[in-house]
Design a protein around this ligand. Structure first.
Ligand SMILES: Cc1cc2nc3c(=O)[nH]c(=O)nc-3n(C[C@H](O)[C@H](O)[C@H](O)COP(=O)(O)OP(=O)(O)OC[C@H]3O[C@@H](n4cnc5c(N)ncnc54)[C@H](O)[C@@H]3O)c2cc1C
Length: 531
């Protein structure tokens, strides 16, 4: 078992495509979808020695997996719903992820402000149960704190009628950075993964069994037929599209629920602790979480009909978050204070009886096997992505009669893993790669492209050379988090980023202009007030 990663490597799409184009390759697994779920499955399979290819139609984590609340958590809310099994599973996974990706997952203290003595008792006892469920993998014990201590710990909190607070521990992370590091880990362990590659059809044999996929490389508009012993549908809110390819028609297997987050300057909540409001006016949970020197507020739970890769926040969701947060903070945020607004779609396994509200649907995952042996996975959380991967590969082995191979991801360190993390270093999230980037920064003439977001030219180069970034949006939204941290600032630096990328990718001025235009089209939806 290694403690940290010492090496770095180039990720090169061309070499991945040479493998894909080779007709003699017979993959054990093809995984469709490069979000948390697909990456977890591919890494588990690769670690067991299965020859695995993952294909993602857009960028890795372009969908839901870059739009989470950034928590690696057991789920206090699921405890309140009585879903002890899920809380136990997620608490164990939280501990494993913190151990295997310590450069991305930090131990975050949360405080629940309480306003009645009954709530003091309820949350103190509830969180002790939460600690107990995590067992040895707990991140720390919960404790009741006085009104005075609560206000000292949460300087932005409105103290009106406050009785005290309950402090507990959970994990906090960077979702798309974890996705990028998982891609790197898949490749380092002998697997293959490509972005901008869409599955457009399934291949079947004469018995109607799934034997591979037809994929299209969006960069070069080339189509390939890929044979595989097992095909996995891990496409989140798009699972029904792949099921439709399988069956010709498909009943609805998921419910889509939208969650919105607002990002604010730290002055609105200048605390190292996160705030957790367990019950808002409509029974939801609201968090204010410190993240990359800003504060993330969210989220909502709104059923939506259509799945999209760029979901848009609804006005009522934005107003709900601003109003609810305003009730707890001394400095009340206005629309004009919002640095970024982002929305994500939860792929929830459809409930048996159609009456349930989306916030009550279990976040547990569910595996389905079609008569054609297409393996589909629904639901789940980022926190449990490893376990989901393990369960899926176990299931494939069982259904296809493969000899069981022992799962290996419990102890597998994820790329970038480094034991000592300086969280105040602006490049901390690169983990063991940070020193390599800094060495190259010192030798380069380029400066910070954004002083306020601390983004350096070398990070753009790194993203292209080592992290398979192909577009300005890949760099500004998922390799760095500029789009989510300050959308206007990200639009300002987009032309500079495009020019650096064009030099590396040998693109012309027309490409630069197109990239900047396309980026602005996407980023304008993250800006609330255009001025
Ligand atoms: C608002 C919100 C907050 C959340 N907060 C948390 C949290 O704090 N902690 C936590 O643990 N979990 C959280 N979750 C849950 C977690 O984010 C999701 O469970 C997880 O990201 C889902 O990952 P996925 O891979 O299943 O889906 P996705 O990330 O959507 O990935 C599916 C991928 O499949 C690709 N795809 C689709 N069709 C094709 C095709 N034909 N060919 C190739 N690729 C295709 C898509 O482009 C997409 O990238 C949150 C979810 C939401 C919505």
């Amino acid at each position: 078992m290694q403690d940290s990663y010492k090496r770095t490597f180039d990720i090169d799409r061309a070499s991945q495509y040479r493998l894909i184009a080779d007709p003699t390759q017979n993959w054990d697994l093809v995984v469709i979808g490069g979000g948390a779920t697909g990456l977890g499955i591919a890494l588990d399979a690769v670690a067991r020695g299965y020859k695995t290819l993952l294909v993602e139609q857009a960028d890795f984590a372009k969908g839901t997996s870059s739009r989470s609340t950034k928590l690696v958590h057991g789920g206090v809310r699921y405890l309140a719903q009585g879903d002890i099994r899920l809380v136990r599973e997620a608490s164990v996974e939280r501990g494993l992820l913190r151990r295997n990706a310590p450069h991305l997952v930090r131990n975050q203290t949360f405080i629940i402000p309480v306003y009645t003595y009954w709530d003091c008792l309820k949350y103190t006892v509830g969180l002790k149960i939460y600690d107990w469920i995590s067992g040895k993998l707990t991140l720390g014990s919960s404790v009741f704190i006085s009104r005075k201590k609560t206000l000292e710990a949460l300087p932005g909190l409105n103290g009106k009628e406050l009785v005290g607070g309950v402090l507990y521990h959970d994990g906090q992370f960077d979702d798309s950075r974890l996705a990028v590091n998982l891609v790197q880990s898949i490749l380092e362990n002998g697997g293959s993964a490509v972005n901008y590659t869409k599955v457009i059809a399934l291949q079947k044999d004469h018995e109607g069994k799934t034997r591979g996929v037809i994929i299209k490389d969006a960069e070069h508009q080339v189509t390939y037929a890929v044979s595989a012993k097992a095909v996995v549908n891990a496409t989140g809110v798009f699972v029904d599209d792949i099921l439709q390819m399988d069956r010709g028609s498909a009943s609805k297997s998921i419910c889509v629920s939208q969650g919105v987050h607002l990002v604010l300057d730290k002055k609105f909540f200048p605390s190292e602790h996160a705030l957790m409001i367990p019950q808002t006016s409509d029974g939801r949970v609201l968090f204010a979480v410190p993240w990359h020197e800003k504060v993330v507020l969210g989220t909502t739970d709104t059923p939506v009909e259509e799945a999209s890769l760029e979901p848009k926040a609804l006005e009522k969701e934005i107003n709900f978050i601003l109003e609810t947060a305003g009730g707890y903070l001394t400095l009340k945020p206005k629309r004009s204070d919002v640095l970024s607004v982002f929305a994500g779609l939860r792929p929830l396994a459809a409930p048996a009886e159609g009456e349930q509200k989306t916030k009550e649907i279990s976040r547990s995952h569910k595996i389905m096997v079609s008569p054609s042996n297409l393996f589909t996975i629904l639901g789940g959380k980022w926190t449990t992505y490893r376990k989901m991967g393990q369960d899926m590969v176990n299931r494939i082995e069982k259904v296809l009669g493969w000899k069981h191979r022992r799962p290996k991801t419990v102890d597998l360190r994820i790329h970038g893993s480094a034991p000592d993390v300086n969280w105040s270093d602006p490049l901390y999230f690169y983990g063991s790669d940070a020193d390599l980037i800094k060495e190259r920064m010192n030798g380069s003439t380029g400066k910070w492209i954004s002083d306020s977001l601390k983004i350096h030219k070398m990070q753009v180069i790194w993203a292209v050379e080592k992290e398979m970034a192909l577009t300005v949006e890949d760099v500004l939204s998922r390799r760095t988090r500029a789009l989510l941290l300050d959308a206007k600032e990200s639009i300002r630096i987009a032309p500079t980023v495009a020019r650096i990328m064009a030099d590396l990718l040998k693109k012309d001025e027309a490409w630069v202009e197109r990239q900047v235009d396309e980026y602005k089209q996407v980023a304008q939806h993250y800006v609330l007030e255009k001025n």
